[in-house]
Design a protein around this ligand. Structure first.
Ligand SMILES: Nc1ncnc2c1ncn2[C@@H]1O[C@H](COP(=O)(O)OP(=O)(O)OP(=O)(O)O)[C@@H](O)[C@H]1O
Ligand SMILES: [Mg+2]
Length: 229
């Protein structure tokens, strides 16, 4: 089996004295969409934050391309593993300003911005739009473009379709597949069972901070559906 691009090994995290993640092990392969499913409060967002180095682990290890995340410069880690939050905040100014913000100071490069807009399925004319005036679906794509500007090897998406109508959600679903097709490791936390079933190559079920099922998306969703409510 190809080594995973992103690996979480026995990751544990406590918040406010409560165990939020309990020895979570997860492998995310390049070129695949991996989904994290599970009930509200299970720890999906916390897991994504740990994977991108935003939360300090109590125990366990995160590896990116075989390197211990703790040994990577945090700026390098942020560039390689990019997180798109559930409600991405648009900064004042244009879409181009928002994309430049994601780049290291002095690295503002029109070409990089144009390329990430295209990869996120947006016309380059979006660069001059005022970010605060975009629709929910457009914002979702700009947030992906902003993450792609740093040219990550792994893209983490937290409920990317939650606020979108079915047509816009289908667009984000297609985008995840395209990005995996370009070789990125895509890790998505989602409540949307239909989208996970269609678009994920692999999945894990997280319940009360523990992985209780893992495998193909279909197997994991079936395991989840079989749980008592
Ligand atoms: N800063 C914090 N302080 C204390 N508890 C926290 C903190 N952040 C998260 N938690 C708790 O950790 C648990 C997991 O939260 P998390 O947001 O990761 O769940 P989730 O699976 O993403 O839920 P949802 O599906 O509602 O987005 C919850 O019980 C939450 O209350
Ligand atoms: Mg969440």
């Amino acid at each position: 089996m190809t080594p995973a691009l992103l690996e979480l090994d026995e990751v544990s995290l406590s918040r406010g004295g409560r165990v939020v993640l309990d020895r979570v092990t997860l492998r995310v392969q390049a070129g695949q969409v991996t989904a994290i499913v599970g009930p509200s409060g299970a720890g999906k967002s916390s897991l994504l934050r740990c994977a991108v180095g935003l939360d300090r682990l109590d125990a366990g290890r995160v590896r990116v391309d075989g390197h211990d995340a703790l040994e990577l410069d945090p700026r390098v880690l942020r560039r390689r593993v990019a997180l798109v939050a559930q409600h991405p905040v648009m900064l004042p100014g244009t879409v181009a300003d928002n994309l430049a913000y994601a780049l290291p100071a002095g690295a503002v490069d029109g070409e990089a911005a144009r390329r990430s807009l295209e990869r996120a399925g947006l016309d380059v004319s979006f660069a001059s739009r005022v970010a605060g005036e975009l629709s929910g679906g457009e914002r979702a794509r700009v947030a992906v473009a902003r993450a792609l500007t740093r040219d990550p090897v792994a893209l983490l998406l937290d409920e990317p379709t939650a606020a979108l109508d079915p047509a816009r959600a289908a667009g984000v679903e297609a985008l995840m597949r395209e990005l995996a097709g370009l070789g990125l490791a895509v890790l998505v936390a989602s409540h949307d069972v239909a989208i996970v079933r269609r678009s994920a190559d692999a999945a894990v079920l997280l319940e009360a901070g523990r992985v209780t099922a893992s495998g193909t998306a279909a197997d994991v969703l079936d395991a989840w559906a079989g749980r008592p409510a």
